[in-house]
Design a protein around this ligand. Structure first.
Ligand SMILES: Cc1cc2nc3c(=O)[nH]c(=O)nc-3n(C[C@H](O)[C@H](O)[C@H](O)COP(=O)(O)OP(=O)(O)OC[C@H]3O[C@@H](n4cnc5c(N)ncnc54)[C@H](O)[C@@H]3O)c2cc1C
Length: 595
């Protein structure tokens, strides 16, 4: 492609316009007013939804406080998703050394990704949008006793936001999807390899399904939070761009360090750290904590809401003795580059390189490799949760093409034995592979988040306790074996082939390459993806594990709610859509003034 001055001018106009749109979300970044009706802490999936909906009433004043910075044009480009996690936009919380997992990584540790930017994790995540099936929500009430959380009761809060551009899907699944809401959801570009994956899975008997419908067992494509031009739809873009509510104040680079209570344990405001100074701001009505799965438990504990023994150790006066930070649940996923298959005919797949041509095509023509490629997903009926919940799978595989790049140093930096991994990856540099991302949706292992100190700038101590329950290893091995049947099927053998070398540190068996011992070794060495939830679990009094009630109110205090992924009591990897629903439901509860 030859570039003319006219093309350059066009591209820079579009980029400057996008950059301005990100900037203009902030009406001004000064904390000049001290009193608001509502203060919302954290601008992620839930917090932005809460703040924007509350501000729809022009008589209500809302302050939205975000620790991270503004978004930029890289947040618009789906193919740069993994790059965003390498920036300041990711909290990158380190875990403690794991006893049964992370054997490949330096010190047996990994890092938990969470967005630290306007839009929270929705600004840096993989954009997959789906919401689990009816049995999933039945499990919520069976485990916690909560009422009002059946699928039928939460569905309206998913539908409220949804603008699904897949007309065929909306027509077939009209009960579960709609168009017309603020949040655009699309089915992205489908590449040839994924089409073949679908054929192979059908040949093996997995039915074509729809994850959000009655029964998610089988194979389907993932829908994404991407607009019709191929741009990422972070929740900030969805709810804050082009709105300019005068009554909604948004402040970035503002870390909330403490919730303020009066003498009757009523939340009256928060302390904010910005520009190296501490400020106090006050809420006439309520303080809403939406700081995410790690941020919310951390902030509650810093403010005296948490397990009394832990708080007393740190000399934090106890305001309410609750199991904050316990019950951290997650869906473990195999590290994305580990079990990979080389795509034999590389001309079938595009390379998402940061070239001028690709950037031009993305912004001007809304085409090219920087748009997002769809992921396939198969949830295996063989991995059904139990007979009471036949629709609920515990084992799925995400199947997606990924370009390996050429920066070997970056690829191997987190491994204990980088040289072995160099050898493993080197034949596939500058090529695209099909990744086998096996996951168990509902790990039985449970982790915990604790404070390291009373310093709000210090990272918390996070122990996912990955594979502390041995059944999780077995479940993941079983899931990989099922996925391998698709990847090594006669149909797929014509398109992809396994990497040349065994996965470093693990030994295949002579007569059965992918034997159980090899897979178990891979699982314990290379499962890294831990998206947490549950540290402020929802429940009904006298459930001693519960931190918030069915109306999101924190037990033992007043005027304080936690509305985000930290309340989720049943693990899932699809936290994005669920957290937005939680935001919508939370606002409904606030406006209906539940006591
Ligand atoms: C890399 C990545 C990929 C993912 N991919 C998917 C996917 O494809 N599909 C899916 O369903 N889910 C995915 N997720 C998970 C999903 O995006 C999150 O679970 C979801 O956004 C959680 O919403 P939340 O509102 O609870 O928290 P978040 O969206 O994380 O928002 C919390 C916000 O609070 C801010 N905050 C924290 N502490 C403070 C404080 N003290 N003061 C002020 N602000 C604070 C944070 O900076 C952040 O902006 C992914 C997550 C990541 C990180």
């Amino acid at each position: 492609m030859k570039f003319s001055l006219k093309m350059l001018t066009l591209l820079s106009t579009i980029i400057i316009d996008r950059q301005n749109k990100h900037k203009n979300i902030l009406n001004n970044n000064n904390l000049n007013i001290k009193y608001y009706d509502y203060i919302v802490v954290g601008s992620g999936a839930s917090g932005t939804t809460v703040a924007a909906r509350l501000a729809e009433n022009s008589k209500t004043t809302v302050l939205l406080l975000e620790a991270g910075s503004n978004q930029n044009i890289y947040n618009d480009i789906p193919a740069f998703e993994s790059k965003l996690s390498e920036t300041q936009q990711n909290w990158n919380y380190p875990t403690v050394s794991q006893k049964y997992a992370h054997f490949s990584y330096v010190d047996n540790r990994s890092n938990i990704k969470q967005g630290r930017v306007l839009g929270g994790s929705t600004a840096i995540n993989s954009m997959n949008y789906y919401r689990e099936c009816p049995d999933y929500y039945s499990l919520w009430s069976d485990i916690t006793g909560v009422k009002g959380w059946s699928y039928a009761e939460v569905l309206p809060f998913f539908l409220k936001t949804e603008n699904n551009l897949d007309n065929k899907l909306v027509a077939i699944e009209s009960k579960y999807h709609k168009s017309g809401g603020e949040l655009t959801v699309t089915t992205p570009v489908i590449d040839v390899i994924l089409k073949n994956y679908i054929i192979a899975s059908k040949q093996l008997g997995y039915k074509w399904t729809h994850m959000d419908g009655r029964n998610p067992m089988g194979t389907t494509y993932m829908q994404k939070m991407i607009d019709s031009n191929g741009f990422r739809q972070s929740i900030a873009k969805v709810f804050l761009e082009n709105r300019n509510h005068k009554n909604l104040k948004i402040l970035v680079n503002s870390l909330v360090t403490k919730i303020l209570f009066n003498y009757i344990k009523k939340a009256i405001g928060v302390e904010v750290y910005r520009n190296s100074k501490i400020y106090q701001v006050f809420a006439n009505k309520e303080v809403i904590i939406s700081a995410g799965a790690i941020g919310s438990p951390k902030l509650l504990m810093l403010s005296g809401i948490g397990p009394s023994d832990h708080l007393e150790e740190l000399n934090i006066p106890v305001v309410s003795d609750l199991k904050v930070g316990y019950n951290m649940i997650y869906s473990p996923i195999i590290d994305s580059n580990t079990i990979s298959f080389d795509i034999i005919n590389q001309s079938l797949v595009e390379k998402p390189l940061k070239t001028f041509e690709n950037i031009y095509n993305f912004f001007v023509n809304n085409s090219g490799p920087l748009r997002n490629k769809v992921s396939g997903v198969t949830c295996f009926p063989e991995m059904s949760y139990n007979s009471t919940y036949p629709q609920l799978s515990n084992g799925c595989v995400l199947s997606r093409t990924s370009y390996l790049g050429t920066d070997l140093d970056a690829m191997v930096a987190h491994y204990k034995h980088p040289d072995q991994w160099r050898q493993y990856f080197s034949p596939y540099l500058n090529r695209t592979s099909l990744s086998l991302l096996a996951l168990i949706k509902r790990a039985k292992s449970v982790g915990r988040i604790q404070l390291a100190s009373i310093d709000p700038l210090e990272e918390p101590i996070i122990d996912p306790c990955l594979f502390c329950n041995e059944n999780d290893i077995d479940d993941l091995v079983k899931t990989i074996k099922l996925a391998l049947k698709i990847y090594t099927s006669t149909h797929m053998k014509q398109k992809i082939k396994p990497y040349k070398y065994p996965i470093p540190g693990c030994t295949p068996c002579p007569n059965n390459y992918f034997c159980d011992t090899y897979l178990k070794c891979i699982v314990q060495a290379n499962t890294d993806w831990v998206l947490p939830m549950g540290g402020c679990r929802i429940g009904v009094s006298p459930d001693t594990d519960a931190v918030v009630d069915e109306n999101f109110k924190v037990f033992g205090v007043s005027n304080l709610r936690v509305i985000d992924s930290s309340i989720i009591p049943v693990a899932t990897e699809t936290i994005n859509a669920i957290s937005i629903m939680i935001g919508e439901y939370g606002v409904h509860k606030i406006l209906n003034n539940n006591t």
